[in-house]
Design a protein around this ligand. Structure first.
Ligand code: M6R
Length: 614
């Protein structure tokens, strides 16, 4: 939700900033802008729309070369996506330019205060309030960092701010509360950004800032303090992926690339987390085993695809551990007074580690004394920092807004957690755990087999591209897969798509089925799952009403063929692990349909990759 970058160093700042913005465009694409300092003046170019519009503006009216710059790509909250509302915002006295990610909740009162002092606002944004306040404090003689601290102390809500000062052409100041900020540590140059992808081309050494911290950056120095100027501990870490991971590598879309990266992503997520004899080894789970044995309830909290991964996890965790497991949409959770005690384990799932709804939910759970385990893909991000333990998924950067390998690795990590809890609590025998673990370890190869056989989906997308409504059915773990398959189609192809538990259909939704309506059905394994025959009956029910059935069934399932208009085969695997395979064709289908419709698959309308506002 908004991408921000700042640079100080000997390179041409404008170019570094624009390149960084392009790598963060997935965070928001309503407008983009850059500010630099040249000859003691701040110069800004900003434009509504995608970064391409900003580049065109820069080509028409170039910014001077300079050794300091800040840039912003916006997902609009306060104020429409116009040139005037684009960041950076410059204070009325011309001293500072500022960019912001988040929402300043008390902006109205602050704006009134500034207007009473004669400040004229040029935008409808909450952000301009911070720019004007900062300009006022610096104009009164406060040092830039002191001024930033003083401003942050007055702001409420979520914000990452980065500012430069016309009179200090080699110094940036940045601050954060509830929104991400990472410092890129270079040699004779330094960076600040929302995401390491912005500067990965130049350095893989990074520092993550904590809550209510700020950083004062020159080419040679990085000073981290809190808003009150007290020194704060900061620990640099090495980013484990490189520039190629943040590029498309010959694919038309990041989403397609990320779909094809799933075997590796799952492999990496499982790697090192089990022994040769199939016992689980989660060294990073720093919660004493005695405490895990005393847990009487698990609540999984997440949003979007991560929530659907949590729904899959519920089936696995309850089956393996016999602990009651609830799954909650994070934005609902904290507002409904959930029952949480010291023996509740809250598991939070988040690819970005920055989702505001999820973050607020875990803060609420912590207040109630629950232990928190995060499943997260982003090293050092806020959610793992505020959790008791973290299981990192090792998917590498996910840049397509629609989650694919993120979801897949979240499911894999949930399986690891479920098996680990079963091991600690003795609810499964060691050889049972080893059997599941061996099967899980085989899934990267099976996912690859699914990927090798996706071409029928291309024909299918061609046949169905004109349809405007799609249904997805599943039972048991197939139900969350149906929900996730429908979400993919909604978010990138803008089509009506709904996922249902297949058994629920006749309680209402079957009324949606009409001649030719495409219905995708995920069929549980034949012979090894009691629900197989019931799902086959559900297929017949919709077919009898004219549905066009697309059936995902395992290899060798000969019962379903007569009822499938299109039959897609999945390698054989246990029911609980089937989501890792079954979601792949649904992701690919959505990608194909959206491509055929001419949409921007990686940057769907109205969405942003990480939702850092509530
Ligand atoms: O970063 P997170 O996993 O916390 O994000 C949660 C959702 O916003 C995310 O999964 C979203 O639903 C995706 N666009 C789904 O493709």
């Amino acid at each position: 939700m908004c991408g921000i970058i700042g640079y100080v160093g000997p390179r041409v700042a404008r170019d570094v900033v624009v390149a960084g913005l392009k790598r963060m465009e997935y965070r928001g694409y309503d407008s983009a802008g850059v500010a630099v300092v040249s000859d003691g003046r701040i110069e800004v170019r900003k434009k509504a729309g995608k970064i391409a519009n900003l580049e065109a503006a820069l080509a028409q009216s170039p910014l001077p070369d300079s050794e300091i710059g800040i840039g912003h790509t916006r997902w609009a909250t306060h104020g429409g996506p116009t040139d005037a509302n684009a960041h950076p915002h410059v204070s009325q006295n011309g001293r500072v330019a500022l960019i912001h990610n988040g929402i300043i909740e008390n902006f109205a009162g602050l704006r009134a205060e500034l207007e009473a002092e004669g400040v004229g606002f040029r935008s409808d944004t909450d952000t301009e309030v911070a720019a004007q306040l900062l300009g006022r404090e610096v104009g009164r003689g406060l040092d830039l960092a002191e001024a930033m601290g003083a401003v942050c102390q007055r702001l409420e809500g979520a914000f990452t701010l980065v500012a430069l000062d016309a009179e200090q052409p080699h110094r940036l100041v940045a601050a954060r509360r509830n929104s991400p900020l990472v410092v890129g540590v270079g040699e004779g140059e330094n960076f600040v950004a929302s995401d390491v992808a912005a500067f990965i081309e130049f350095t893989r050494s990074a520092i993550e800032l904590g809550q209510d911290e700020m950083v004062d950056v020159t080419p040679e120095r990085i000073t981290v303090t809190d808003f009150w100027g007290r020194p704060a501990a900061s620990k640099p870490y090495e980013v484990t992926w490189d520039l190629s991971a943040a590029e498309k590598g010959g694919y038309d879309w990041f989403m397609r690339k990320e779909i094809f990266e799933q075997p590796t992503a799952v492999f990496e997520t499982l790697l090192g987390r089990y022994t040769a004899d199939g016992a689980l080894k989660l060294d990073e789970l720093h919660i004493p085993e005695a405490h895990l044995r005393g847990i009487d309830k698990i609540i999984i909290v997440a949003c979007g695809s991560a929530y659907y991964a949590g729904l899959v996890a519920k089936y696995a965790i309850e089956h393996w551990t016999r602990i009651a497991c609830e799954v909650e949409i994070a934005s609902e959770f904290r507002y409904r007074d959930p029952i949480i005690t010291g023996s509740t384990l809250v598991v939070t799932i988040s690819q970005s580690g920055e989702t505001a709804d999820t973050l607020m939910a875990i803060r609420h759970a912590r207040d109630q004394k629950a232990r928190i385990v995060a499943i997260c893909n982003t090293n050092g991000s806020t959610i793992p920092r505020e959790s008791d333990a973290v299981i990192y998924t090792h998917a590498g950067p996910e840049i397509g807004v629609a989650s694919t390998k993120g979801f897949e690795t979240q499911v894999a990590a949930c399986y690891l957690l479920g098996l680990y809890l079963a091991q600690v609590r003795g609810t499964m025998f060691g050889d049972e755990i080893a059997r599941v673990m061996q099967e899980l370890a085989e899934t990267p190869k099976l996912i690859q087999r699914v990927l090798d056989n996706l071409s029928p989906l291309e024909d299918l997308a061609g046949r169905l591209v004109g349809r405007d409504s799609f249904l997805f059915l599943g039972r048991h773990v197939g139900y969350p897969v149906a929900l996730e398959g429908a979400l993919k189609l909604k978010e990138i192809a803008y089509l009506h798509a709904e996922g249902f538990p297949a058994g629920e259909l006749k309680h209402g939704p079957i009324a949606l089925v009409d001649s030719g309506v495409p219905v995708f059905v995920i069929v549980p394994p034949q012979g090894r799952d009691q629900l197989h025959d019931k799902v086959v009956s559900n297929i017949q029910e919709v077919r009898a009403r004219g549905a066009f059935t697309v059936v995902l069934a395992e290899e060798g399932d000969d019962e379903v063929a007569p009822f499938a208009d299109v039959l897609l085969r999945l390698p054989q695997v246990s029911t609980i692990l089937q989501p890792l395979l079954a979601i792949v064709p649904l992701q690919y289908f959505a990608c194909e349909v959206a491509t055929r419709l001419g949409y921007d698959v990686d940057q769907p309308r109205n969405l942003a990759k990480s939702v850092t506002v509530e």
